[in-house]
Each structure stands twice: as structure tokens, then as C-alpha cells.
Write a protein that binds this ligand. Structure first.
Ligand code: SAH
Length: 224
């Protein structure tokens, strides 16, 4: 069984490498950090998808996780993880825990992950799942992640996995100078763009458009 999974994972990683090469003209990345691939190898995606979809766990697609939400496509998880340029000592805020899969990948890459999920049931499920799997450098809270998680700010990086109409100001505030925020921006499923926002040491903010994407919407007051 374990060998089956290794084989499935390596095929998935090959597909991700191909897609990264095919989109390099947009993203500016023709190869991803090998630590990102190590993290994808270390986290069994099967444990984060509904049991009846286990056979599709290693397909390079988003999958439904209930409550109208989805677990992101593995290529997007890999790309977003790479875009924040994670360092082993970093503290990262994630908005949109969902299944907790992206949270787990981040937890392999950085020192501490704080993740906020607006749907209580998903937050509770992800918290228990991550705990059971032994991720002790993750905290999950239910609430409106558009407001960030001020108690642990500033963050070395912030990752938002739901599409906002515009970048929530609280998140820019909670990013440390020198840090990177990655977020899909746009309304509806079409016309969204993945954006990276950097804050320099003087606090000046600059945005870069990376790629057209399709995420579920960021809900809650802070995103209106
Ligand atoms: N990263 C997730 C993808 C989840 S989809 C994974 O790997 O599974 C996006 C998630 O964002 C959904 O679970 C949705 O409920 C959540 N979300 C939407 N608006 C939010 C908000 N304002 N604050 C926190 N979470 C939010």
C-alpha cells in the first residue's frame, strides 16, 4: 500500500513540475524549491479528502470537501507554498484552513503556522485531523480570517486560499516588513488573479500579478 502511494505521489509531482514549466512565463518560476516537493511527499493528501474520493486524492485537481468548499489543486498548493519563499524559522498566517492540507504542507516548511477558517465545522475537523497526524506547530482558529490573527502578528508570510475582492487591509498590517502575502483577488470564479504582495523594510507595498486562478470566495465582513 505504502509503495502504491509513493508511486502515485511521484506521478503527481511530475505533473506539478510539468505545469510549473508550462506556466513559467506567467509565474516567473520554472522550477520550485525542492523543499516544497519534500513537503508534498511528506503530507498524505488522502488523509484530507472525503473517504469516497480517496481514489482521486493524488490527481492534480481540486476536490470537494463539504460545506461548498474545496481542497485546492496540488499544483496551486505547490506554487503558493513556493511564492511565499518559506524559511524554516518563519511564522506564517493562513486564511482559509479548509481541509487543512495546505496548512500541513506549510507546517513542514516553516516553524509555526496559524490558520483561520470561517466555517466552524471545517475548523474543528482540520484541527483534530492535524493534531491526530502529529502536527504540533499548527494552531487553527475559527473566525473571519480577513481580520487576520493580530495576537501572533507580525507574520513572515501570509497565505490566503479564498478569493478576496481586494486585499484585506488587516492582512497588510500584520505582514512584517520584508514579508510576502499571496492571495487570489477578484470576484466570481472567473477573472480572479493570484497576486503576491511584498512589503519592503520601509513598509512600502508592491503587488505582482502571478496567474489567473479560480478559488472559492472569501466571505465575512472584512472582505466586503
Ligand atoms: N487551503 C484549503 C483550501 C480551502 S478552500 C485546503 O487546502 O483545503 C477556502 C476556505 O476558505 C474554505 O474552507 C472557506 O470556508 C474558507 N474561508 C472563506 N472565507 C473565509 C474567511 N473570511 N476567513 C477564514 N476562512 C475563510
Amino acid at each position: 500500500m505504502a509503495e502504491d502511494r509513493d508511486w502515485e505521489v511521484e506521478l503527481l509531482l511530475d505533473e506539478i513540475r510539468d505545469e510549473v514549466r508550462a506556466t513559467a512565463h506567467l509565474t516567473g518560476r520554472s522550477v520550485l524549491d525542492r523543499r516544497v516537493f519534500d513537503a508534498l511527499r511528506a503530507v498524505p493528501r488522502r488523509a484530507f479528502v472525503p473517504v469516497d474520493l480517496a481514489a482521486s486524492a493524488y490527481a492534480n485537481h481540486p476536490l470537494p470537501i463539504g460545506h461548498g468548499q474545496t481542497i485546492s489543486q496540488p499544483y496551486i498548493v505547490a506554487l503558493m507554498s513556493d511564492l511565499i519563499r518559506p524559511e524554516p524559522d518563519d511564522v506564517v498566517l493562513e486564511v482559509g484552513t479548509g481541509s487543512g492540507y495546505q496548512t500541513a504542507v506549510l507546517a513542514c516548511l516553516v516553524r509555526q503556522v496559524y490558520s483561520v477558517e470561517i466555517i466552524d465545522a471545517l475548523a474543528e475537523q482540520a484541527r483534530r485531523r492535524l493534531q491526530r497526524m502529529g502536527f504540533d506547530n499548527v494552531e487553527v482558529r475559527s473566525g473571519d480570517g480577513g481580520l487576520g490573527w493580530p495576537e501572533h502578528a507580525p507574520y513572515d508570510a501570509i497565505m490566503v486560499t479564498a478569493a478576496a475582492r481586494s486585499v484585506p487591509p488587516a492582512l497588510i498590517e500584520q505582514l512584517r516588513p520584508g514579508g510576502t502575502l499571496v492571495i487570489p483577488v477578484g470576484s466570481g470564479y472567473f477573472g480572479q488573479e493570484l497576486i503576491t504582495l511584498g512589503k519592503d523594510e520601509a513598509g512600502q507595498v508592491s503587488e505582482r500579478r502571478v496567474l489567473p486562478v479560480a478559488f472559492v470566495p472569501l466571505t465575512g465582513g472584512a472582505s466586503d
